[in-house]
Design a protein around this ligand. Structure first.
Ligand SMILES: Nc1ncnc2c1ncn2[C@@H]1O[C@H](COP(=O)(O)OP(=O)(O)OP(=O)(O)O)[C@@H](O)[C@H]1O
Ligand SMILES: [Mg+2]
Length: 257
């Protein structure tokens, strides 16, 4: 079972869209996936048609685990389109503060995932757009980090600052491997796109940028509104084709690590 954080310190970068549709692409390649919504905005839960009022959810698991009274994670897992999901709710915002005073606070999520009975090929963690206790817990629990980015200058700033923080997290999880950046909402016609890509490659190395990229595709946004993954919503869309390619490159990169 490999655990993957989908994270970057930038709002609207495509983290949630990537978590859902990469998992769906992996599902179609025969992999069993668990998605964990670690964002109090609960966008991933909403995007798969799951209410943020569902209980228990990841918040309750974190709270019980922190209190030394762990609950079986299976109790909180729901199934959507052949994928398993641990949903979130606004209460999770409280966990950022509540975890601060807990002994071993950075390892709570890791302990929960260790308790999973059911074996998954991949667990994908959809992180909030900040480096707080939830993202740190995700990074400490993970084997791999995948960073969605949009081709804009603010993304470059976010990427640099995020990777600086990552060096600190590596003290707690030396084995964390960076899989790379995946461009989302990619539009090759824009000059800025090429410039941002060149900057990312200059700063972090060519191999840090996925060759597969996600084009701007309205079907991806519509699928989220409909509470579906892109393959269940519109298999013939560019979004479906692009996430298939990202899925294949993801599997290749993981096998090479
Ligand atoms: N390739 C794409 N083409 C068109 N729209 C997209 C694409 N990727 C994402 N979107 C839309 O952009 C918005 C932001 O995407 P998403 O929610 O995945 O970002 P995020 O990084 O998870 O945001 P947050 O930081 O708020 O968690 C959503 O409305 C989503 O539907
Ligand atoms: Mg999100």
């Amino acid at each position: 079972m490999k655990i993957v954080s989908v994270a970057i310190q930038k709002g609207g970068a495509g983290k949630t869209t990537t978590t859902i549709n990469l998992a769906a692409a992996l599902r179609d390649s025969g992999k069993k996936c668990l998605l964990v919504d670690l964002d109090p905005q609960a966008s991933l839960s909403h995007s798969l048609g799951i209410s943020d009022e569902l209980e228990p959810n990841i918040y309750h698991l974190l709270k019980r685990e922190s209190a030394g009274d762990p609950a079986p994670p299976e109790d909180a897992i729901v199934e959507r389109y052949g994928m398993n999901v641990l949903s979130s709710s606004l209460e999770l915002a409280g966990a950022e503060l509540e975890l601060v005073s807990v002994y071993g606070r950075e390892q709570i999520l890791s302990q929960i995932l260790d308790r999973l009975d059911k074996k998954y090929d991949y667990v994908l963690l959809d992180c909030p757009p900040s480096i707080g206790m939830l993202t740190v817990n995700a990074l400490v629990a993970s084997h791999y980090l995948l960073m969605p980015v949009q081709a804009e200058y603010l993304s470059l700033k976010g990427a640099k600052s995020f990777l600086r923080h990552l060096q600190l997290v590596k003290r707690l999880n030396a084995g964390l491997e960076v899989l790379g950046f995946v461009f989302t909402r990619f539009d090759a016609r824009k000059t800025m796109t090429g410039e941002v890509e060149a900057c990312l490659k200059d700063d972090f190395g060519d191999e840090m940028v996925f060759e597969a990229r996600i084009r701007n595709n309205i079907a991806l946004a519509k699928a989220q509104q409909a509470g579906m993954d892109i393959y269940s919503f519109q298999k013939s869309s560019n979004g479906a084709a692009d996430y298939y390619e990202v899925g294949q490159e993801f599997l290749r990169r993981v096998s090479e690590k």
